[in-house]
Design a protein around this ligand. Sequence first.
Ligand SMILES: [Zn+2]
Length: 368
Amino acid sequence: MRATFLCALVLSASLAFAQSRTSKTLDIYVVDVEGGNAVLFVAPSGESVLVDTGNGGDGAVRDAGRIMAAAKNAGVTQIDHLIITHYHNDHIGGLPELASRIPIKEFIDHGANTQPSPVIDPVLARYAEIYAKAKHTIAKPGDKVAVSGLDWRIVSAAGDVIKAPLSGAGAPNPYCSDFKAADVPRTEDDQSVGSYVTFGKFRTAILGDLTLNRQFDLMCPRNRLGTVDLDLMARHGNPNLELLLYPLRPRAVIMNDGTRKGAPPESMKVLFSAPSTPDIWQMHFSLLSGQEYTVPGVFIANLYDEPLAAMPVAPVAAPPPGPQVPPPPQHNGMAYYFKVSAQQDGTFTVTNTRNAFSKTYKPEGKND
Ligand SMILES: [Zn+2]
């Protein structure tokens, strides 16, 4: 972080510089890591939090490069806090490559890995070597991550969720009654470190790949989170439960989907029916949504495998079902991120860096 006293100076000077916003916003960069996750938060003080590091393997150099491009735009020269939501390759795989490019001061995770595999074990061995030289914190629900100017709460970790509602939350959740818990074994997704972040009146949530069963634990019978302005949607735009999305009442949703991952029709139907009618910003045009269930092209940061000049109007064939079979073509070309700038009063602007389309959301209750 930049020195803390700078923050105090900025605040004391805020009246004089009310029009100059650059040092007064919380900036959030949602980076394209091809259906993985990497989201960079930069507080007005310059203190930074990165949530996940993108893919490993063939994608590591590409994804670390894209995260570094966002860091450069933000003027960030170190990561003050890195939250690893869980130990899947699309969330932690890129860590060794990224750590070779930028200093990382604190590593926050959920503790022991629950899904050993030949792919992830070597990454986690490298991870342990890297965090041994820095600060390592195991997050528990209810913990606070100390970030100057932000209130950063951990709301889920290691398969557990907060037991008490956040301040101002705790209303009965009317969407709980229809839920039937899926009888499936727990995976690393269930372990996701979820965060609820407040900056003045602006609120957002980022829950990693928190499963539907754990979403129920978190939101039922009472909504322990309250509402958000922006939902950094869990699970790459795969279905999130109405009992999570609807009471959160987001005015905008950003999903980190891929061309063949996330945003299937059943997920989009839930989003399009959300009572708060959020705008939906998609990292990629998803072949799974196709033309029928996609959003207008201006809200999409990256199109197919190679950028197209315009969205197709002819129907597109969805890829075969199954875990990415056949494997998607590598996309290593130019990629675009979403940048969110949030102000203390709750106003926030989302910008699509592909086309410079941006939209400003006024504080809650002040919409036209
Ligand atoms: Zn994932």
